[in-house]
Design a protein around this ligand. Structure first.
Ligand SMILES: *Cc1c(COP(=O)(O)O)cnc(C)c1O
Length: 436
């Protein structure tokens, strides 16, 4: 195995995601041979600091010994069984533990394999709840401007990122976008909180007119990640929870990216002390090991499907729903949170890292430096149209995996990152900024 050999074969046989394949005529693919902690290694000894947790999924490093051990144990017992008519210990234990950890009483867990499928499930469940409740006119969905919820047709219908959405517009359902509470959009002199409240008022105005035909509002609590790490005040969530209750509209919290400690609390909703009707989780759920997602919901929703009539049930399914290996990886991940008191430990780490980032904050090209939990982001002024790709390449040459979103550079490292690695990240990011 060599780098050269693999990247040619990959380009020929593998159609890579989120990629214009023609760019790989110039831009080499990076074959990875193995990973350890925050580092990814190629076949020639070059290493890359995974500062974006391999698309925001990894929490406790690559090849984590504790998660590896749990998976090896599970492999010897049961790799997969269908979850219709059958059940197994890992899926039961995981559901019980998630329900215990999540806010409120989200006691019913429905599983899928990726984030977009969890969004599809939440949308279908909300619609079907209203239908089962005799409110067949409640079929509309509201999402937040600049939001991202995945790439399947239903999830894309509530996504608001033009590059991913516009091409497929003829295939998508019409949905309504309510203004984003992103604090960068506040008027001069307006606080993040007041701006958030103004955005919530706009939602209330829309619902005055349209509540009778609206099933649900879907939000990314506290951070719109794919939309450029846009952060908002928790008061927004508090207010929209009240508005949704007032107008009998479900609140779907998409914590696929921000769940599992990324926002500084186990779930972002905790910071606004709200309970959504549906909580969607994936990405960090298995510590970044295996595809698994879950939609958690309430007794009220569940009861509306519980009936003698089969078609009133939620008949949605995926072949690998509740896969035992993925559930074991998730259980091992929850064990680490508990045994290492990760949320508390991250608080101290994050404060230290934020302080170390002062030179970036003071950098003349940096705007809107922002931080929440284990996410840091800033916008770069005077960025060329190809900034993102050029920065990505410059970072790779310096041993960093960073993928800016437009002119927004962000760090979302695995939680096991150490002080020296953060120092390296800051130093090399600064040298990229001097070039790109
Ligand atoms: C990544 C992401 C999704 C989609 O998850 P996939 O597993 O990529 O389908 C949905 N919502 C948010 C907020 C995400 O960050």
């Amino acid at each position: 195995m060599s780098n050269e050999n693999l990247l040619g074969r990959s380009r020929a046989a593998v159609w890579h995601p989120c990629t214009q394949m023609k760019q790989h005529e110039q831009l080499p693919l990076i074959p990875i041979s193995h990973g350890k902690g925050v580092w990814l290694y190629d076949f020639e000894g070059q290493r890359y600091l995974d500062a974006i947790s391999s698309w925001w999924v990894n929490l406790f490093g690559h090849a984590n010994p504790r998660i590896n051990a749990a998976l090896k144990d599970q492999l010897e017992k049961l790799e997969q069984v269908m979850l219709a008519g059958f059940t197994h210990a890992p899926v039961i234990e995981l559901s019980e533990r998630l329900s215990h950890l999540a806010p409120g009483k989200l006691g019913h867990c429905f599983y899928a394999s990726d984030g977009a499928s969890a969004i599809e499930i939440a949308l279908k469940m909300s619609f079907h709840f209203w239908r089962n409740s005799g409110q067949t006119q409640k079929i509309g969905f509201i999402s937040v401007a600049n939001g991202y919820h995945g790439e399947t047709l239903g999830a894309l219908s509530v996504t608001d990122v033009a590059l991913f959405k516009d091409t497929y517009a003829p295939l998508l359902r019409q949905t309504y976008q309510t203004p984003s509470p992103d604090w960068r959009l506040a008027a001069p002199g307006e606080s993040a909180e007041n701006y958030a409240l103004r955005c919530a008022d706009s939602l209330a105005q829309y619902l005055e007119q349209h509540h009778a035909t609206t099933a649900a509002l879907i939000v990314e609590p506290l951070v719109q990640c794919a939309g450029g790490m846009a952060m908002h005040h928790p008061m927004y969530l508090q207010r929209v929870r009240k508005i949704c209750d007032q107008f009998h509209v479900h609140l779907i919290a998409d914590e696929i990216a921000v769940g599992f400690g990324r926002s500084g609390t186990l779930f972002a909703c905790e910071q606004a002390a709200i309970v959504p009707d549906f909580l969607c989780l994936s990405k960090g759920l298995t510590g970044g090991y295996l595809p698994l997602s879950v939609v958690m919901t309430t007794d009220t929703i569940y009861s509306a499907f519980y009936h003698d009539e089969v078609a009133r049930g939620f008949l949605h399914s995926h072949s690998y729903t509740g896969n035992p290996l993925a559930c074991r990886a998730a259980l091992a991940t929850l064990d680490i949170f508990e045994q290492d008191d990760v949320i508390q430990a991250n608080r101290a780490k994050a404060a230290q890292f934020t302080q170390a980032m002062q030179p970036l904050r003071d950098h003349p090209r940096i705007r809107h430096f922002r931080h929440l939990g284990m996410i840091w982001a800033f916008d770069v002024a005077d960025a060329a149209p190809d900034f993102s790709l050029a920065f990505y390449q410059a970072a790779l040459q310096r041993g960093l995996l960073l993928r800016p979103l437009g002119n927004t550079v962000y760090f979302m490292p695995p939680y096991v990152i150490e002080e020296e690695e953060v120092a390296l990240l800051i130093e090399e990011t600064s040298s990229c900024l001097a070039l790109i």
